[in-house]
Design a protein around this ligand. Structure first.
Ligand SMILES: [Zn+2]
Length: 682
């Protein structure tokens, strides 16, 4: 884990505190505010009984017609739902005569001057209230009004049971007993804000972890039981969350938490220490991989897999020390890791024994390095998980009949960690291997890779990155002396809604609807200006940079970049980037048949990249599942299927989702061990 600097952690704490002040308050114990407190604060509130949620407050309603995909989930009206008037925590204790001190703190607000006050001069003044109540934790129910402690209208409720000998399970809650007022001001004054309930043990009483009532019903649940086996639940919240303090491992207080927070360890892209020697070498440099002689290349790739195997063995050694109930799950995880190793070794074997696979792999490495030098002015060095993922998938891409095509490989890594580069490298490999494997190289032209994003996530920046990679491939094709890469350019297309890019050349010329075909801001290689024009009935974009640039093609030839639908259907770009909703149109749009090589000698797409899979859920997921079947069929040829890779932010139930969407098994990478993943260790 990478430690935060002091400055970062101070900044983080301040951010959390400001959020708390904003959502819950108060800024001072006796603060005076202008807004109604229920308008000002959003959480930590106990309302009078039977306060219903008004239509205006129901965020989930009124999204009809919105194009925000995440909000398309069906909204259930909350009108009949009541706002909370109770909140509490549950915990377990041990001790001969267990008891706790319950401390309650909250605030109420009074309108100064009463209801008649001029709205412009209205002020609400806070009064801080506090009570400490000793609670003997005898089995049964205790109810205690806090009126005698100075908090009228609030009741403390405790329920204690003794399920196991020596242990008491306790629920302590606060209830606002007051009813709604006649006016909004009255109701406001009967509301408690900044509710805090804390329990501290009396001498001889100890908090203990709550017995786990969760029984894993699926593989995800069993995996979580294994990986989080050391996590203890000391308390759980009702209406709110729960938190606790520990000193030297001893819990000294449990409490309500309205803004629960936890430190999530950062994932290091450098991987486990098993990879230290290979990451310190030059063997993860794309340039070295692109030019290494076959024996050295194969040895380096085997070294990476061997480091992974060492990590697996180390984990295997730990299995016997796990609780008996978890050993089976740990063994199953390690079995999956072994499957990953076998698949990587098959890819390495293909690189070693098949010259075309070796050449496509080395060209893909060269292309990735070239585009990195263009865009960031430095060479590309892979992180272990990025190269590992390429090896996992490569064999299934190289062989159209490989059984791996029945598997969707899921790259699990936090956003910003370098997933896109791993996809782009596999895309480059696909572009080259199709040309090298086709009977005539240009039969490998046509759409080779479909890269799909959900509407909100496809950005100009992503298109530019992908364009830089494809243009690097095209540069290599043009300067290639070995042959076999064909005469058709390696190209990229953008296929999105016509509010962003034009449907026809005419629309592009007139600029109809504000859509623009100018989706690159500068030359990916020299950063020089681009010229977009329409010689004949074609769009054309050329680098006009003044520095020498490999993308300044002879005879005024344009870059193979297509961003108008009409051009996309005719040119069938090697890499087609689109949005999920655009792909849904294939059933209504006959022209899109060309994208799947219908009626030509070319091959249908070989690779589908689906990023951010978790966003394809709800109604969007249902529709996607339907046309995904059609795409699979369109890409199928003589019993082969395209390879599908992607990522998701939520691992849970990803396997079910992938079966439903793509009719494929899911393979998560990096894989879980008995702790976390090696190629992306914590
Ligand atoms: Zn240029």
């Amino acid at each position: 884990m990478e430690e935060l600097t002091l400055k970062q952690s101070v900044f983080r704490d301040e951010l959390v505190e400001r959020l708390r002040l904003d959502l819950m308050g108060p800024t001072a114990p006796d603060e005076v505010i202008e807004d109604r407190p229920t308008d000002r604060y959003m959480t930590g509130i106990l309302y009078p009984q039977e306060t219903s949620i008004s239509v205006e407050e129901d965020d989930e309603l009124g999204v009809a017609g919105s194009d925000d995909e995440a909000a398309v989930e069906e909204a259930v009206p909350l009108i009949s739902t009541m706002k909370p008037s109770s909140a509490g925590i549950s915990f377990s204790v041990e001790g001969a005569a267990p008891a706790v001190q319950a401390r309650v703190r909250c605030g109420i607000y009074r309108l100064e001057g009463g209801d008649k006050t001029d709205p412009n001069t209205r002020r609400w003044r806070r009064t801080a209230l506090e009570a400490t109540v000793p609670l003997a934790l005898e089995p049964g129910v205790t109810e205690e009004s806090l009126e005698g402690h100075g908090i009228a209208g609030l009741k403390l409720y405790a329920q204690v049971s003794s399920a196991d000998p020596g242990r008491r399970n306790v629920t302590v809650a606060l209830v606002n007993l007051q009813s709604r007022g006649e006016t909004r001001t009255e109701s406001e004054e009967r509301t408690f804000f900044q509710i805090e309930l804390e329990a501290r043990p009396s001498p001889g009483t100890a908090f203990v972890a709550r017995p786990s009532r969760k029984h894993a019903i699926d593989d995800d649940g069993r995996a979580a039981e294994l990986i989080y086996r050391d996590a203890q639940e000391i308390a759980t919240g009702h209406t709110c969350a729960a938190g606790w303090d520990t000193t030297d491992g001893v819990v000294d207080a449990v409490r309500t938490a309205w803004l629960p927070s936890a430190v999530v360890p950062a994932v290091s892209p450098l991987g486990d220490k098993s990879f230290a020697s290979i990451t310190a070498s030059t063997k993860l440099d794309a340039e070295w991989l692109a030019s290494a002689p076959v024996p050295a290349l194969v040895a380096a790739l085997r070294e990476l897999v061997a480091a992974y195997q060492a990590w697996i063995e180390e984990n295997r050694g730990r299995v016997s020390s796990l609780p008996q109930a978890l050993q089976g799950q740990a063994a199953s995880h390690l079995g999956e890791c072994e499957q990953g190793v076998s698949r990587m070794l098959l890819s390495i074997q293909a690189v070693e024994t098949q010259p075309t696979v070796r050449r496509a792999f080395q060209l893909s490495q060269r292309a990735m390095d070239v585009q990195r030098r263009w865009t960031e002015k430095k060479p590309l060095t892979w992180r272990p998980f990025q190269l590992g993922f390429q090896l996992l998938v490569l064999a299934g891409l190289a062989d159209r009949h490989h059984s791996d095509r029945e598997v969707m490989d899921l790259l699990w890594f936090p956003t910003g960690g370098g997933k896109t580069e791993a996809y782009l490298a596999l895309t480059a490999f696909t572009l080259f291997i199709r040309r090298l494997h086709a009977k005539a190289p240009d039969d490998g032209a046509g759409v080779a890779v479909l890269m799909r994003y959900t509407l909100r996530l496809l950005t100009v920046q992503q298109f530019q990155r992908a364009a830089a990679m494809v243009l690097a491939c095209e540069h290599l094709r043009r300067s290639d002396a070995e042959g076999g890469l064909g005469a058709a350019p390696l190209s990229i297309g953008l296929w999105v809604g016509n509010s962003a890019t034009p449907g026809t050349i005419d629309d592009a010329i007139t600029g109809k609807g504000g859509a623009t075909h100018k989706q690159l801001t500068s030359c990916p290689c020299c950063k020089g200006p681009l010229d977009w024009d329409f010689p004949k009935r074609l769009s054309r974009v050329r680098c006009m940079g003044t520095d020498p640039c490999v993308l300044r093609f002879p005879k005024g030839e344009g870059l193979p970049v297509w961003t108008i639908d009409e051009d996309v259907y005719r040119e069938t770009p090697s890499l087609l980037i689109g949005t999920v909703d655009k792909f849904a149109q294939i059933v209504r749009n006959q022209k899109s048949g060309s994208l799947f090589a219908r009626g030509s000698s070319r091959m249908p797409p070989d690779l589908i990249v689906q990023d951010e899979l978790h966003l394809i859920s709800g109604p969007l997921g249902t529709v996607t599942g339907l046309y995904e079947t059609a795409i699979d069929e369109l890409c199928a040829q003589q019993g082969t299927r395209p390879k599908v890779i992607g990522s998701t932010a939520t691992i849970r139930r990803a396997r079910d989702q992938i079966t439903a969407l793509f009719a494929r098994r899911a393979f998560q990478f990096p894989l879980r061990g008995s702790t976390t993943a090696a190629l992306a260790s914590q």
